[in-house]
Design a protein around this ligand. Structure first.
Ligand SMILES: [Zn+2]
Length: 282
């Protein structure tokens, strides 16, 4: 899809299945199970939607899915896709790993950062995209690599340290223009250093919301993930961002929606948000 001069392509980093309770936080089951009936293990399907934005001839990959090196037990729990779904889907869309110039992470949880690295023939973990600069918020990186016991399990270090070791990592601080047409907007909430990514060209705007609003089921402001480290901040920033998106007719890019890569949004009568247009893929 064209966004002004920018070419947008949605690419799946792989489907998986997550515990439904953790995806809806304090929302009672009687409300969410009507919209998304869980399977016999109380799980619901989650996409890991990534986006390739081609800006001025440079291919920018936003997020990378869970990748190809999940431990076997986690693969079973998630029923994740075998192989390297991100690279396979990129190739199907016409992009080789060497064609990716920039990788930018909304945040560094395993299902967003895992595909940034892979195991090579020698069994070492190396960047999946040999020519890419990898961009993350410094605050997110510091938390993710802090070794804090309360974050145990949230940030497998093999997804992160090889990016630093290869010299491909660039850390950014706050709301910055990453390049003309692509801006980082720090949201906090889901994680301390979580960022949304704004793509802008010729008056058209799309916002990759990351886990601030991960699916169309999460458009109601109070429907938030149990994983959020600062729930009140998520609710605040989500209301602000979705309001801006709705009022300006921007496109909202959804990272975990199982059926749609993007939606257009409008306000409803309860000052909440609903999808006014569903877009299967970009
Ligand atoms: Zn997350």
């Amino acid at each position: 899809m064209k966004l002004g001069q920018i070419n947008l392509k949605s690419v799946s980093g792989g489907l998986c299945y997550l515990d439904a309770g953790t995806l809806y936080g304090v929302v009672p089951r009687v409300l969410w199970e009507r919209k998304t009936p869980p399977d016999d293990r109380n799980r619901i399907p989650q996409q890991t939607n990534c986006v390739v934005a081609t800006i001025d001839g440079r291919n920018v990959l936003i997020d990378t899915g869970y990748g190809s090196k999940l431990p076997e037990k986690q693969q079973r729990n998630l029923t994740s896709e075998p192989g390297d779904p991100l690279v396979q889907n990129l190739q199907a869309a016409g992009f080789e790993p060497a064609d990716i110039d920039v990788v930018v992470f909304s945040h560094l949880h395993f299902d967003h950062a895992g595909g940034g690295t892979r195991l090579n023939e020698g069994g070492d973990v190396v960047p999946s995209f040999p020519n890419a600069e990898y961009i993350a918020q410094r605050r997110e990186w510091v938390m993710a690599t802090s070794g804090l016991p309360e974050l145990r399990g949230a940030y497998p270090q093999e997804n992160l340290l090889p990016l630093h070791a290869s010299g491909q990592l660039r850390l950014i601080d706050g709301n910055v223009e990453i390049m003309p047409g692509l801006r980082a907007v720090v949201t906090g909430g889901h994680t301390e250093g979580h960022q949304a990514l704004l793509l802008e060209s010729d008056g058209a705007t799309a916002v990759f919301l990351g886990d601030i609003c991960s699916s169309r089921m999460h458009l109601p402001v109070l429907w938030c993930l149990s994983y959020d480290t600062n729930l009140m901040q998520t609710r605040r920033i989500k209301a602000d961002l979705l309001g801006e998106i709705a009022d300006n007719g921007w496109l909202a890019l959804l990272d975990h929606d199982p059926d749609y890569a993007a939606v257009r949004v409008s306000r409803d009568e309860r000052a909440d948000f609903v999808a006014s247009e569903l877009i299967e893929s970009l």
